[in-house]
Design a protein around this ligand. Structure first.
Ligand code: B12
Length: 292
């Protein structure tokens, strides 16, 4: 089933997303706590920006509905979500550098029941892959590629801010990209997904050597470590340092998840043993679901 993104939500949609009654939403609107307008037919319409403001202020919405959309809810609600269409629209928005539009698309996808894993795997990743293909084919300049990436990053950050669950319950996690690795978008996605699932996450960013991560794990003793590598440029060096991380994680009782193209090759994976070699964010979502 298709849906067409709008900048407004209805009372019913909000009721579904926030898991409160339509009467409560109408009361918030009528008392001016939640700004709305009316259609010619008299129905309330809530601007997306206002919805997000209120949601963050009250800790509502994605937080209560489950940021990674619990399987059963996602299975029914995500039926209204057309990932291909969303990916096309997201691609167009980031290509033009329209952060507001790109953000609205992601938020709306989430409000239509798409979990963060689905959004990252089927909207953000394919859109940026397209950007990369155009750049590689010299149909997009380096400047345009950078604009598209920074716009996509802003959109994911906004989505993360609205889906983060206050008061960590699930445990502490650390995410980063491996040494020499400047592709940090997947790290941001992992952070957003985990925070949405109630984890307290520290993001060390790009270019983090395994020995440095190992020291951090020894000191902070997180329950989960997620590392992304898009490229695998220093295989021998990384594999040597990785042993340190494995030992530190074992000592701290931390699980290790590796993801990204740089860890996809089966021979590479044997050099980097982990609790999970994730292909997708759906894999991560399912994995952390088993840790509850
Ligand atoms: C944005 C981008 C950049 C940006 C990164 C900015 C930033 N802050 O992240 C910049 C401009 C810095 C950059 C630089 C380079 N890039 Co670049 N870049 C990309 C691009 C367009 C998008 C990557 C991205 O963010 N994707 C979004 C994420 C969410 O999705 P994903 O990476 O596809 O990951 C999926 C899975 O692998 C998995 N996953 C990945 N990591 C993790 C981690 C965990 C924990 C989990 C659970 C899952 C997971 O989840 C995703 C599925 O949903 C890709 C295009 C492409 N095809 O990927 C090229 C691309 C990756 N880059 C490429 C290249 C060549 C480079 C440069 C070498 C260019 C240069 N000559 O300088 C440098 C290398 C820099 C470095 N040392 O790392 C090539 C790599 C080809 C190759 N395999 O050798 C690509 C494929 C472009 C192309 N078509 O040629 N790049």
């Amino acid at each position: 089933m298709n849906y067409s993104p709008t900048k407004f939500l209805t009372t019913r949609q909000l009721s579904r997303v926030w898991l409160v009654s339509e009467a409560t939403i109408k009361r918030w609107a009528d008392t001016g706590q939640l700004k709305s307008s009316r259609t010619v037919g008299g129905h309330r319409r809530f601007p997306l920006a206002e919805v997000m403001r209120f949601q963050i202020e009250r800790g509502l919405g994605a937080a209560t509905a489950g940021a990674s959309a619990p399987a059963a809810a996602a299975a029914t609600k995500a039926e209204t979500f057309d990932a291909r269409q969303a990916a096309e629209q997201f691609f167009q928005a980031v290509k033009r550098g329209h952060a507001g539009e790109a953000t609205a698309l992601l938020l709306e996808a989430h409000m239509h029941g798409a979990g963060l894993d689905l959004i990252f795997d089927e909207v953000v990743s394919p859109s940026l892959q397209r950007v990369g293909d155009l750049w590689y084919g010299e149909e997009m300049s380096v400047a345009e590629e950078h604009l598209a990436t920074s716009t996509a990053t802003r959109a994911v950050e906004s989505l993360a801010a609205s889906t983060r669950r206050a008061g960590a319950k699930a445990g502490a996690a650390v995410c980063c990209a491996a040494e020499e690795e400047m592709h940090t978008m997947p790290v941001l996605c992992a952070q957003a997904l985990l925070e949405g699932a109630g984890w307290d996450v520290r993001n060390l960013g790009g270019h983090t050597p395994f020995f440095a991560l190992a020291e951090y794990v020894e000191q902070q003793r997180p329950a989960l470590v997620c590392v992304s590598a898009t490229l695998q440029r220093e295989l021998e060096h990384n594999a040597r340092d990785y042993a340190q991380l494995s030992a530190a994680a074992r000592a701290a009782g931390a699980r290790v998840v590796l993801g990204g193209e740089g860890f996809r090759d089966a021979a590479v994976r044997t050099r980097f043993p982990a609790d999970l070699h994730a292909e997708t964010f759906k894999d991560l979502s399912q994995f952390v679901g088993t840790l509850d």
